[in-house]
Design a binder for this molecule. Structure first.
Ligand code: SAH
Length: 360
């Protein structure tokens, strides 16, 4: 009995320690104010921490010179970063870098930093693994493991910014996972990236990409979220899309188009449709004709992504087939781009992100 009580006491103590050590990145101004109070400080200390962490992007308490010395000493041992960087791969062209991070429980996730002229884009993960199960995607093969917290999403940005010589100009939520199946944390992360007193990234420079979770597209529209929306269309009919994206069973092609239209109509931002081009699956000129009809009345942009092979059955169409597919799209009333996806040489292209879950 005595032993049992001792064990319980120890458990309570370690819980207290864990609570004290909740990493600071991911916390809002209000949360940091409460944190300051819990440390016996005035709330404005929390606002100072917010400024250091997100605006000045300093992650060393001893450099936070306007905090009192006793406070800086008290903060020793408090974690700032929820993620630990464990590997970084640079592509031979030096234009793309893929980073592997570890969560506190040992799970792994990947993020990508891409350079294109003056544009520096980071591709952030929102989940470890993914439940959506698109047949062509490497992340899907892992199954769903867990949602990332807002802090784990924002920390990818802050650590990539530290590594980058230039300022990051754009953020895309297109790494591992489905942001709209982790809606609350994804939006909280976007809010932290956008916060005027913190990172202060313009809302139109932040794009959230979904495989088509229709009720969440509707919620995103109703809430008038200022961030840009991208929808991974990847097909031009119900049956065709269903073959590679089982989510089309629950959220049908026509409902997805309707929800996308409503978003485009109600938002100031153009919607982006992504279209992963797969050999023999969705790459006929007829598909391009159907896209012209489907998207012609929507304020949108179409981004064609030739498939990045992941060792499975899907293939990237030949350059001739890609050109034949693009030809009808020259008549489009909306902008069309082809994304010659970056980082394939280090498996950092779209849909190539996968980890074997944990570092153990
Ligand atoms: N779950 C979200 C975000 C992650 S996927 C979504 O589906 O939008 C990001 C983009 O990569 C999506 O447009 C997806 O269709 C595309 N993609 C997935 N696997 C790919 C691959 N192997 N090659 C090229 N693009 C791929």
């Amino acid at each position: 009995m005595k032993n049992h009580l001792l064990v319980r006491k120890f458990q309570l103590m370690s819980e207290a320690v864990i609570r004290e050590y909740k990493p600071l990145i991911g916390q809002s101004i209000l949360e940091l104010e409460s944190f300051a109070k819990a440390m016996g400080e005035k709330p404005f200390r929390g606002r100072q921490l917010f400024d250091w962490i997100y605006r000045q992007q300093v992650d060393d308490f001893s450099a936070m010179t306007d905090l009192s010395k006793p406070l800086r000493e008290n903060l020793v041992g408090v974690l700032i970063h929820p993620l630990k960087m464990i590997n970084s791969d640079v592509s031979p062209s030096k234009q793309t870098r893929k980073i592997l991070f570890e969560l506190s429980d040992g799970y792994l996730l990947e993020s990508v930093l891409m350079k294109e002229g003056k544009r520096i884009t980071v591709c952030l993960s929102t989940q470890v693994g993914c439940a959506v199960d698109c047949d062509f995607c490497a992340t899907a093969k892992m199954g769903f493991i867990k949602n990332l917290t807002a802090g784990e999403i924002v920390d990818q940005f802050l650590q990539l910014q530290k590594m980058s010589e230039q300022k990051i100009t754009n953020v895309v939520f297109m790494g591992m996972g489905e942001p709209f199946l982790n809606y609350k944390n994804s939006i909280a992360a976007a809010d932290l990236l956008h916060h005027a007193k913190g990172i202060n990234m313009a809302a139109w420079r932040i794009t959230i990409s979904t495989a088509g979770v229709v009720p969440k597209i509707r919620q995103f529209t109703e809430e008038k979220q200022p961030y840009k929306l991208a929808v991974s269309l990847n097909g031009t009919t119900q049956d065709q899309r269903l073959k590679t994206m089982p989510i089309t069973q629950t959220h049908t092609f026509s409902n997805l188009i309707k929800a996308s239209k409503d978003y485009a109509y109600n938002s100031r931002n153009r919607i982006t449709f992504e279209y992963v081009l797969m050999d023999g699956i969705n790459d006929e000129p007829q598909d391009a004709e159907r896209l012209l009809r489907l998207l012609g009345s929507i304020e949108c942009k179409l981004n064609v992504i030739p498939y990045n092979e992941i060792g499975g059955e899907y293939r990237r169409p030949s350059d001739e087939k890609i050109e034949a597919f693009m030809a009808p799209l020259k008549r489009a009333s909306f902008p069309v781009t082809v994304r010659w996806s970056k980082g394939q040489d280090i498996d950092a292209g779209c849909g190539q992100l996968a980890t074997n879950s944990t570092s153990q």
